[in-house]
Design a protein. Structure first.
Length: 417
């Protein structure tokens, strides 16, 4: 049973600290009104959970959510169907009677809060696209996450309420400290054209009219647990498209079904390359494990040839696993060139550095991308912490956003190369 009702919108902002920011602050000569102002929510009052400097205290706790997801991409209808089994671990000292989940894709729904405010002003002269941006809801009638079913571990319906980009699930019995609950969610949504200035988003598709192909970046795509902590309780602010995300860590087991001619890259490690790659591609992947330079698993000429072939009506399923990550994103396309090389950490661990890019980005990405990934891991590991994950992926996707083990970057070449 579901109920839908409006709610006021609030922004969720992430606060970033870096050496550069610290230096910038030290040079700030502005006259602050109250030099003894309390830091409030930025550094909450010290207790047994957190120290005065913001570091974890002796009784610090953090919730956990594990996901097993199956999804399929329909490239004819530009639709994504998914179902997930979530196991939520209550590691807090509190008893919980309901859970909050994020439905980020609902930022594109007709009734989303961000459809009714716009920081732009009305100018004397405005382009058609600028005018359309003033009332984007007029063009978004079919978008947003459609929840088909929420059920418990036994398949019985659970009571839930959708509040725009948030969904509250009422638990059948209180979840005591140290206990866990497993439930199932089934959903679908239509992908947006993320290059369209009206429906702009971090995930969706980009269409290439020159060759009739698509490049998909699938992000914020599944119902996922909100953070629950000792300071704010549930972080269930509405998502309006510009904020960042606080999410619980967990393990992911994700199966992605796409057309047979599509290449997939994702958070985590693919466990069935022998099923989804051709014998030649599999051999190249194995050779890349010890390569000194980026080795192409799919070449430029192979990608160009595939672009010209009829679209496949058959499908294949890629299987990925990721341990202790806070999110999961993936990409797919018939256009991809794919190269890889290893980076060996100071601890002797192998990290596979990879890049996925279309021919439009080849002059830049073929030369720099994967090497830049390996170089970044090397330098940042020296000055922060050792890179903890088994893969690091760069995807050329016209604009940028980052997720565990995979980042989407701009950098497409000009038409003349």
């Amino acid at each position: 049973m579901t109920t839908t009702f409006p709610a006021p919108s609030r922004f969720l902002f992430a606060l970033f600290f870096s050496f550069a920011c610290t230096f910038g602050y030290s040079q700030n000569t502005s006259n602050h009104g109250n030099k003894f102002e309390q830091l409030g929510h930025r550094l909450p009052t010290p207790n047994s959970y957190r120290n005065s400097d913001g570091s974890p205290g002796p009784e610090y706790w953090q919730q956990r959510a594990d996901y097993k997801i199956k999804c399929s991409l329909n490239t004819k209808e530009q639709r994504l169907d998914g179902e997930e089994t979530i196991t939520y671990h209550n590691l807090s000292p509190n008893t919980l009677r309901y859970l909050w989940l994020q439905l980020d894709e609902n930022q594109h729904a007709v009734d989303a809060d961000n459809q009714f405010f716009n920081p732009s002003s009305i100018q004397n002269n405005m382009s058609e696209q600028a005018l359309r941006r003033l009332e984007p809801w007029r063009e978004l009638d079919k978008f947003g996450c459609k929840i088909e079913k929420v059920s418990n571990a036994h398949g019985q319906d659970m009571n839930y309420t959708i509040n725009k980009t948030m969904m509250r699930i009422n638990l059948e019995s209180p979840l005591a400290p140290g206990e866990k609950v497993t439930f199932h969610v089934k959903w679908h949504y239509y992908l947006i054209d993320r290059m369209n200035s009206v429906s702009w988003g971090r995930g969706g598709f980009e269409y290439f009219p020159e060759d009739g192909n698509y490049l998909y970046t699938i992000t914020q795509w599944f119902p996922r647990l909100c953070v629950y902590n000792d300071v704010e309780g549930w972080q269930n602010n509405q998502f309006t498209g510009r904020g960042e995300f606080a999410l619980e860590f967990g393990d992911y087991d994700v199966s992605i079904t796409v057309p047979q001619d599509h290449l997939v890259g994702a958070t985590g490690v693919c466990s069935n390359y022998e099923e989804v790659l051709s014998p030649t591609q599999l051999q190249r992947w194995q050779q890349a494990q010890n390569a000194k330079e980026p080795l192409k698993i799919v070449t430029l000429e192979e990608a160009k040839q595939l672009e010209k072939t009829p679209h496949s009506s058959n499908t294949k399923t890629w299987h990925f696993n990721a341990k202790s990550v806070r999110d999961f994103a993936w990409t797919a396309s018939r256009k991809f060139i794919w190269d890889a090389m290893p980076h060996i950490t100071e601890e002797g661990k192998k990290v596979m550095c990879m890049s996925y890019y279309a021919k439009e980005a080849y002059p830049i990405y073929e030369r720099y991308s994967t090497k830049a990934v390996a170089h970044t891991l090397n330098i940042y590991s020296q000055y922060s912490i050792p890179y903890p994950y088994p893969t690091a992926i760069s995807v050329e996707a016209a604009n940028g956003m980052e997720y565990p083990m995979i980042c989407f970057n701009p950098g497409r070449a000009e038409k003349d190369g």
